[in-house]
Design a protein around this ligand. Structure first.
Ligand code: AP5
Length: 242
């Protein structure tokens, strides 16, 4: 058994449509293994909150439900993955999202390996399959804590106290791109630009599907099983306790 808090983990890519639960699972995996969640959506929202030039440019695009340009996102990821906390591994949430981003990531990881900076073991790509109707319910009911980033859902994951974060009591807010008309555009962008990546990784033998229609704990169990299998360890009873 490989210890969960030592040795390399991943890199792990969580693929899946808006609302599949990538952020929810990425936070759990990050906590479990002590590696960072690298969410391009969160990085972009941080730039918007800080009012940076990048944030101002990205906000308009995100509010339309379209994808931010590959160059901008790749550069943001390059900077983030260069940070010290990514040395043991990292979870990519919402990245890559286009063939150009996937090609860039391959080159980036290859150059790290070539330099002997094997921050990376074998790439693990997990596709989260979810029924379309569940996606809509999850996105229209989502709330999050702008202070700690924890994610809730008024139906499937309600906070203990109405509208307040369980961990720090901050009032919860909805994301500006979780309006129905923007959700439709985001799902369209996913179908056209991101879904083809599943084939790309499947051809390289790196893709594993999980049933993300199940409840959060059951999805986490599947995801941990996939990761542990890839790390050469066999979890005898893969159950999640929060
Ligand atoms: P981003 O922030 O990445 O959003 P997304 O991919 O659309 O995904 P979401 O965050 O909406 O959903 P999720 O899968 O993380 O689900 P979550 O865990 O929150 O991107 C936003 C925008 O930024 C993009 O539209 C684009 O403009 C830009 N962008 C980002 N990355 C980019 C890139 N690489 N290139 C270009 N542009 C980029 O869960 C959703 C809800 O479901 C929650 O309420 C949760 O509580 C609930 N839930 C989760 N799991 C379950 C479960 N198993 N059962 C029941 N409920 C569940």
């Amino acid at each position: 058994m490989v210890e969960k808090n030592s040795g390399k983990v991943g890199p792990i890519i969580l693929l899946g449509p808006p609302g599949a639960g990538k952020g929810t699972q990425a936070k759990r995996i990050a906590e479990h293994y002590g590696i960072p969640q690298v969410s391009t959506g969160d990085l972009l929202r941080e730039n918007i909150a800080r009012g940076t030039a990048l944030g101002r440019q990205a906000k308009e695009v995100m509010d339309r439900g379209e994808l931010v340009s590959d160059d901008v996102v790749n550069e943001m990821v390059r900077e983030r993955l260069g940070e010290e906390d990514c040395r043991r591994g990292f979870i990519l949430d919402g990245y890559p999202r286009t063939p150009v981003q996937a090609g860039w990531l391959d080159g980036f990881l290859e150059s790290k390996r070539a330099k002997g900076r094997a921050q990376c073991g074998p790439l693990i790509v997990i596709e989260m399959d979810v029924d379309y109707n569940n996606l809509i319910e999850r996105l229209t009911g989502r709330l999050y804590c702008a202070h700690c980033g924890r994610i809730y859902n008024v139906i499937t994951q309600p906070p203990r106290v109405d509208q307040l974060c369980d961990f720090d009591g901050t009032p919860l807010v909805a994301r500006s791109d979780d309006r129905r008309e923007v959700i439709a555009e985001r799902l369209k962008a996913y179908e056209q630009q991101t879904r083809p990546l599943a084939d790309y990784y499947a051809k390289q033998g790196q893709l594993v599907h999980v049933n993300a229609d199940l409840d959060v704990d059951a999805v986490t169990s599947q995801v941990l099983r996939v990761i542990e299998r890839s790390r050469g360890a066999d979890m005898k009873s893969p159950s999640w306790s929060a």
